[in-house]
Design a protein around this ligand. Sequence first.
Ligand SMILES: C[S@@+](CC[C@H](N)C(=O)[O-])C[C@H]1O[C@@H](n2cnc3c(N)ncnc32)[C@H](O)[C@@H]1O
Length: 240
Amino acid sequence: MVTAFIMESEHSKDSKSDPANSKFYDEGADYWAKIEPTVNGMLGGLGYLNNGDIKDSERFLKGVFKTRKSLESSYALDCGAGIGRITKNLLTRFFDKVDLVDQDPKFVAEAKNLLSSNEKVGEFYCSGLQEFSPKEGKYDVIWMQWVLSHVTDDDLLELLKRCSLALKPGGLIVIKENCTKGEKEDVDEDDSSITRPFKGFMDVFAKSGIKVLKYVKQKNFPTDLYPVWIFALDPHPEQL
Ligand SMILES: C[S@@+](CC[C@H](N)C(=O)[O-])C[C@H]1O[C@@H](n2cnc3c(N)ncnc32)[C@H](O)[C@@H]1O
C-alpha cells in the first residue's frame, strides 16, 4: 500500500537498526521510481491532504515573516520537491524565485513540465539530498518536506551544515515531517524510510548546534496518520 510512508507503521524498531547506506538509498529510489508523478503519488495516495497541508504551511510562513521581514519576497529552495507540489501551491506564492531538488528524474521532468509557465521557478536539480550541496549564500528559505525519512541521521546532520552555508544572513531552514507518536523511530522496508520521533529531530538539531526558532504541529490531519511537525531552524541568529 502506497500510503505506508505516511501511515503509522507497525514496524517499530530501535535506532540501531539502520540498513547499510547505499542499500537504504537505492531501495528508496527504487520505491519512488514506481510511483506515479501526481499529487496523489506525492502524498501516498492521500491527495486530499494537499489543501490542509498547504494551508497550515502558509500560516506557519506568515508567522515567521512577522518577525523576519527580510524573508518576504526572496529566494527559496524546495528539497525533495517531487513534482513541485509545494513550489506550485506555496513557495512561488511567497518567494520571488524557487529552485527545486529531487532524486527522481521522472519527478523532476514532471515538475519542469507542470511549472514551465511559472516565471518564479528557477533551477531544477536531480540529486539525492545526501550528496547535494546547495550554492553558498544563495537562499533565504530552504524548505524540506516529507523527504527526510529517506535521509539517515548522519547525512541529515551534514546536509544541515551545507544548507546553513547556503543561506543568506537571516535565512531559515524549514522542515515539515512526519514524526512517530512515541519515542521510537519506525523503519518501513517497503519504501526504505525511517520515520523519526519528534525527539529524534530535536536530537539531530541539537547535535548540529542550529537554533530551533519555532515549531508547530500540523492541525486537522486524520488521527490515524503520523503527527506532522513543522520546524523553523535558524543557523545564524548572530547575523540578525
Ligand atoms: C512523499 S514525496 C514528497 C514530495 C514533496 N516534498 C511533497 O510534499 O509534495 C517524497 C519525495 O522525496 C524524494 N526523495 C526520496 N529520497 C530522497 C533523497 N534521498 N534525496 C532527495 N529526494 C528524495 C522522492 O523522490 C519524492 O519526490
